[in-house]
Design a protein around this ligand. Sequence first.
Ligand code: FPP
Length: 236
Amino acid sequence: MGLHVGIIMDGNGRWAQRRRRHRIVGHRIGARSVRRVVEAAPALGIGTLTLFAFSSDNWARPPAEVAGLFRLFRRYLRSETERCRKAGVRLRIIGRRSRLPVDLLEAIQDAEARTVDGTRLRLRVAIDYSSRAAIVAATHRLAVVPTEAEFRQALSRAIHDDLPSVDLDLLIRTGGERRLSDFLLFEAAYAELYFSDTAWPDFGAAHLEAALRAYARRDRRFGRIDAGLGEVRSAS
Ligand code: FPP
């Protein structure tokens, strides 16, 4: 299965503004970072990579920036689908589809259909995604009080119609902020958090590798205590 890593790709706008360029330039250069991390991920032991590309709250941005992002997503899907297919990457878009432009929806459907056989990396790109909205939508799918497994299944279905639920192992946020911003709140219950000051357009394979090295040093206890500490405690 491999690790499930999520990335909040932040800092594109500030990266561009620091260079006196339009914010969309930061997003465009950020798309190259997407390609770099997707290429690097399988060799680093990542089986599922979920990227936060457009939050449902991003609709509040100026219409020109929103339109520019959707254009970029569409172009990226068109240009990268074949590369993904050849590299064994299965691409899925998670989030709410009903508000997306038709040409983007078509590019999504085409990309998902053409990469359906990929087994090296499951790439999930979150567009018009809100974790809270997904949790609420999941409850609408359930008639009775669900078990955790039933709830997980409903939650997966709320963001994509064919998606296994996978807990997040590592959540990376670039761009210097230290918050979750409504991304995978349920799935990240025991995720290790890694915050990088590097802006997303500057992020590459070496930064991803550094995040995974930091992750490997973490002691994941899932609420339990270390075996050694248990002995000390029972002896006292
Ligand atoms: C956050 O930076 C980033 C986004 C809202 C868009 C992310 C999009 C890309 C990386 C483009 C390519 C993606 C794909 C999947 C092709 P920000 O604008 O909030 O930066 P700021 O905090 O500096 O303003």
